[in-house]
Design a protein around this ligand. Structure first.
Ligand SMILES: [Fe+2]
Length: 443
């Protein structure tokens, strides 16, 4: 990076703890405040944007860097690695990378499925990494995938299938549904018709259905890319998981944007979705990522009535929050508890707050963990105490950053006692930039 640019003149996504780190490090036997539960053995991996050159034109475009905190027998170690795709090797710009389905920044999420750890970004194919976070290679499912794959697949806890989709702003089909069997084979490739190309960051699955979100962040080349257009309307598309484009039923909703749903499930003749809903996003184009008062995400419930064809839309909390997660064992099933990260409202750019929220969706109540003054949190990921533990019997894991002390930590909370002081705070050996999503991969 040229040193001529002053820190405060950088775009928000390169300032403070959004700024990338340079070094790949490996450190064992980390200092811990409190005690790492002996039940927690595995690795927490979190992905995020970390532009190798120090510069990226947009938050979304930085190179992917994965941070892994391994917990074993009460001890912790840390390592971080770039995902070494062509986008990393050649320092590509986003347009040249668009032309190559393997040139992924691989910067958004990480999942384990069929024995492979996948790093994901939404415009390219997944990239596999190994348990040491070293890059293995692109995953094209035996040559069957040469196009976009979402950063938000869902792994069905009942069948072991991975359900996914890809959206393409330039070339039709603008939306494709993918079904991957428990062994990791791509067994369905189903183009889905939508009226115009949209940004479809995430979606919903239930036991028998998937629900696409056709929301009006529209790709308009003549307007420089993605832009929110309320007049295009908004619809939810319900399709049986083994269905085809011909089976999709579309349900009108009020225009809005949802980056992240919490979870969804079937209840009689309805499908219930909990989502972090923003009134709009990117009205001023792609750089306008929001987080003003009217673009903050808040928890809503959408109930799709499959008989009447109507959708009931209810706001269920007024606290700004995003990065919603449920217990992964309840994905697509009725879950009682959900976790989100508070977002600082009205800053004009995303800012991760000090609040971790635990929702009881049955009673409609919210409990709060305060990470502390000057601390920014991260996506709260639930890790069960054991494979058959009850729904909230376990831990909430996140990477938090204390901006005053310039100290990043893996914070381990007791999910059943979320307000309490953390069970463990694992001090990480270098700053971990605010990033995107992650997962706990239990051994
Ligand atoms: Fe996301």
């Amino acid at each position: 990076m040229t040193t001529a640019i002053k820190q405060e003149e950088l775009p928000w996504h390169l300032q403070g703890n959004w700024a990338p780190v340079q070094d790949e490090v490996t450190t064992t036997d980390l200092a811990v405040e409190g005690e790492i539960p002996r039940d927690l053995n595995g690795i927490y991996i979190r992905n995020g944007m970390n532009p190798r050159s120090g510069w990226s034109d947009h938050w979304f475009f930085g190179n992917g860097m994965v941070h892994g905190v391994e917990l074993a027998d009460g001890k912790a170690s840390y390592r971080n690695r770039y995902v070494k795709t062509p986008y990393y090797e050649h320092d590509m710009n986003v347009l040249s990378a668009m032309a190559d389905s393997k040139a992924s920044p691989a910067n958004t999420h990480v999942f384990r499925h069929a024995g492979r750890i996948l790093t994901l970004e939404e415009a390219h194919v997944p990239w596999e990494i190994d348990r040491k976070l070293e890059t293995v290679g692109p995953v094209d499912f035996g040559g069957k995938l040469d196009r976009a794959f979402t950063a938000h697949p869902r792994i069905c806890p009942e069948t072991g299938e991975m359900l996914a989709f890809g959206y393409s702003p330039m070339l039709p089909p603008h939306l494709v549904y993918y079904r991957i069997d428990p062994q990791g084979n791509l067994v369905q490739f189903e183009p889905i018709e939508i009226p115009r190309p949209v940004m479809m960051h995430d979606w919903n699955v239930t036991r028998n259905h998937v629900v696409f979100m056709d929301l009006p962040i529209i790709f308009a080349l003549e307007e420089g890319g993605f832009v929110f257009k309320e007049e295009c309307g908004a619809r939810l598309g319900v399709m049986p998981r083994n269905g085809t484009n011909a089976d999709v039923r579309w349900f009108e909703i009020n225009p809005c944007y949802v980056f992240h749903p919490l979870n969804s499930y079937e209840d009689g003749n309805t499908i219930v979705l909990h989502v972090c809903r923003q009134p709009h996003s990117m009205k001023g184009g792609m750089q306008d990522v929001g987080n003003k008062e009217d673009t903050s995400a808040r928890l809503w419930r959408w109930t799709i009535d499959l008989v009447s064809g109507r959708v009931k839309e209810e706001q269920i909390d007024d606290a700004p929050g995003d990065f919603p997660r449920v217990d992964d064992r309840r994905v697509g099933l009725k879950a009682r508890y959900g976790y989100t990260l508070g977002m600082v409202p009205m800053t004009g750019s995303p800012r991760y707050d000090r609040w971790v929220y635990k929702y009881d969706l049955e009673t409609g109540t919210r409990r709060v963990h305060d990470l502390g003054k000057n601390v920014g949190g991260g996506e709260p990921v639930f890790a069960p105490r054991s494979p058959d533990a009850g729904e909230d019997d376990g831990f909430v894991l996140l990477i938090a950053h204390d901006e005053r002390q310039n100290q990043s930590s893996l914070v381990v909370l007791d999910a059943q006692n979320i307000e309490a002081a953390p069970i463990a705070i694992v001090k990480l050996p270098q700053r971990v930039p605010y990033g995107a999503h992650g997962n706990w991969l239990a051994d």
